[in-house]
Design a protein around this ligand. Structure first.
Ligand code: KG4
Ligand code: ZN
Length: 326
């Protein structure tokens, strides 16, 4: 039996999960700080780090209790070591290092972006290679070709704002609460995409840009062209998803992939998920919403592949706030 206890604390969620044999999720505990950061309209790094310190122990204990696994029976400890906020990452990394040393168990370091990708390996059916993964979160927008486990080619990514960041900023302009993604999705349900916002196609590349869209929606609200938040939200959601879907489908065709995988908080968006499933000629994998946003279950899933290959970290592991996938 293989049991991995994974810890995630890269941004504003303190999370721990226990995964059995790389597939069976025995527990998945997430303590979110959203309510605290809501007051400021975004994540405050200092406050996030302090909140992780308070939650880390109870979150790990709860994950182990729910899994009903003894610490001595763990096969390895896994932890996110980047990218993310340095002060937040430090809490998880030190907890994992402490447990690994105290229990004399292997330590596995996981890239947070790779974790997002591996949410797709917690589904009933396994994705087939080659696959394209669109990672769209608050901090990242990357289009990645996956040739095999751990073999990535980054085809492109955002040149400015991440897709989730764009949702958060547009929500603020429209007077909708933080985090912007879910608020925009909800508001859009009662709105019409009646305002044509610009799409940055950046032809012949797999790059994205959302800053022009952000300026356009700000101008439209200031000049009175968008008068209600619902229509603004629907117009914005359509513009972002249109570009994400078409560019990903273009890459999927060029690289003749077997599957398209969605990952990251923005992949929780139903309009995006439905758009992909309706338009894609190949099967699209969309993890359930609680596996799209930050959690430790996907860190455990990514760690399992490293465990199989014997890729372990040691006690010199440090945080890497600007870590890249490739
Ligand atoms: O992956 P995630 O939980 O954290 C990061 O690693 O960044 O992503 C958070 C981002 C936020 O920007 C949030 O607004 C966005 O994902 N998000 C959504 C939705 N749910 C979360 N964006 C669009 N539609 C949603 N339903
Ligand atoms: Zn994330």
């Amino acid at each position: 039996m293989n049991y991995i206890l994974a810890i995630e604390s890269s941004c504003d969620e303190t999370a721990a999960a226990v995964l059995k044999n790389g597939k069976e999720l025995l527990s998945n505990v997430v303590a979110t700080q959203i309510d605290m950061h809501k007051t400021y309209g975004g994540v405050v790094p200092e406050a996030a780090s302090r909140a992780h310190l308070l939650s880390i122990k109870p979150v790990i204990e709860q994950a182990m209790q729910q899994a009903a696994v003894d610490y001595q029976n763990l096969s390895a400890l896994a932890v996110t070591y980047g990218p993310g906020l340095a002060g937040s990452l430090l809490v998880g990394v030190n907890a994992a290092k402490g447990l690994s040393a105290g229990l004399d168990k292997s330590l596995i370091s996981v890239n947070h972006i790779e974790g997002h990708i591996y949410a797709n390996w917690l589904l009933e059916t396994e994705p087939q290679f080659p696959a394209i993964c669109l990672i769209v979160s608050g901090g990242h927008t990357d289009l990645v070709l996956i040739k095999d486990h751990g073999f990535y080619k980054r085809l492109g990514g955002t040149l400015d704002d991440a897709a989730g960041e764009a949702f958060d900023k547009a929500a603020r302009v429209l007077g909708l609460p933080y985090p912007g993604g879910p608020s925009i999705e909800q508001a859009a349900q009662n709105g019409k995409a009646s305002f044509k916002l610009p799409r940055a196609w950046l032809k012949d590349t797999y790059n994205f840009s959302f800053s022009g869209l952000k300026s356009a929606i700000t101008r439209a609200v200031q000049e009175g062209a968008i008068t209600n938040a619902q229509d603004g939200a629907a117009s914005f959601q359509e513009a972002v998803c249109d570009v994400l879907i078409k560019k990903t489908l273009g890459a999927a065709q060029k690289y003749q992939v077997k599957n398209i995988l969605l990952a990251g908080g923005v992949a929780a968006n139903k309009y995006l998920r439905e758009g992909f499933t309706e338009q894609s000629p190949v099967p699209v994998f969309c993890p359930p919403i609680k596996l799209c946003t930050d959690n430790a279950a996907f860190i455990a899933a990514a760690a399992y592949q490293k465990y199989l290959k014997g890729q372990f970290a040691d006690n010199s592991l440090d945080v890497c706030p600007n870590l890249k996938l490739v």
